[in-house]
Design a protein around this ligand. Structure first.
Ligand SMILES: CC(C)(COP(=O)(O)OP(=O)(O)OC[C@H]1O[C@@H](n2cnc3c(N)ncnc32)[C@H](O)[C@@H]1OP(=O)(O)O)[C@@H](O)C(=O)NCCC(=O)NCCS
Length: 157
């Protein structure tokens, strides 16, 4: 059980994952397969939540994802993930996906995803997580938006 007064700021959970896209990541059109991007998004979100909770986490919900631009083989995918919301045992992570052409340096923001994770204790039961300390107006706004998304998810259960 986490100390009920434990608190952590957003920076403490920030994760950047980068991976070069190889031919093995391609779909039939020769661009990156969406499933690879979804796997990396889930990994980045889980890492941010593990950093926040300092516990194992499982994915409980993934919001719909829209891919606005194809990602090319040879691009570097950069995923920036942060915790945007904490409940008792659940956390929402925001994951921004950027495709970078390593030769030209051109960077394209391809999508943003929101995922929810639950922290587990050593017996595999949901366990409390530190509260998120909000330090900027932007973080307060993000938490408000995240609360609405979480209420919507729960209403759909
Ligand atoms: C995640 C899991 C442990 C939750 O167990 P549970 O008995 O539903 O626990 P609870 O009802 O207490 O919910 C735990 C938290 O998850 C949140 N939650 C549950 N379902 C949710 C959903 N669909 N969307 C968002 N949050 C959800 C609850 O609101 C609660 O948050 P809070 O403690 O911050 O208030 C359980 O559902 C599980 O093991 N799921 C499989 C996870 C997994 O294997 N993921 C990998 C993908 S296959």
């Amino acid at each position: 059980m986490t100390d009920p007064h434990a608190q952590k700021n957003t920076r403490a959970s920030h994760v950047t994952l980068s991976q070069l896209m190889h031919p093995e990541h391609a779909n039939l059109l020769g661009n990156v397969h969406g499933g690879w991007i979804m796997k990396l998004v889930d990994e980045a979100g889980a890492l941010a939540c593990m950093r926040h909770a300092q516990k194992k986490v499982v994915t409980v919900a993934i919001d719909s994802m829209t891919f606005r631009q194809p990602i090319r083989i040879g691009d570097l995918i950069v995923l920036n993930a942060e915790v945007t919301y904490t409940g008792h045992t659940s956390m929402e992570a925001e994951v921004q996906v950027i495709a970078e052409n390593p030769i030209t340096g051109e960077r394209t923001h391809t999508n943003t995803a929101y995922l929810v994770y639950v922290a587990l204790d050593d017996e595999g039961h949901p366990t409390t997580v530190p509260a998120l300390v909000l330090e900027t107006e932007e973080e307060i706004k993000r938490m408000e938006q995240a609360k609405k998304r979480q209420a919507h998810r729960i209403s759909q259960k």
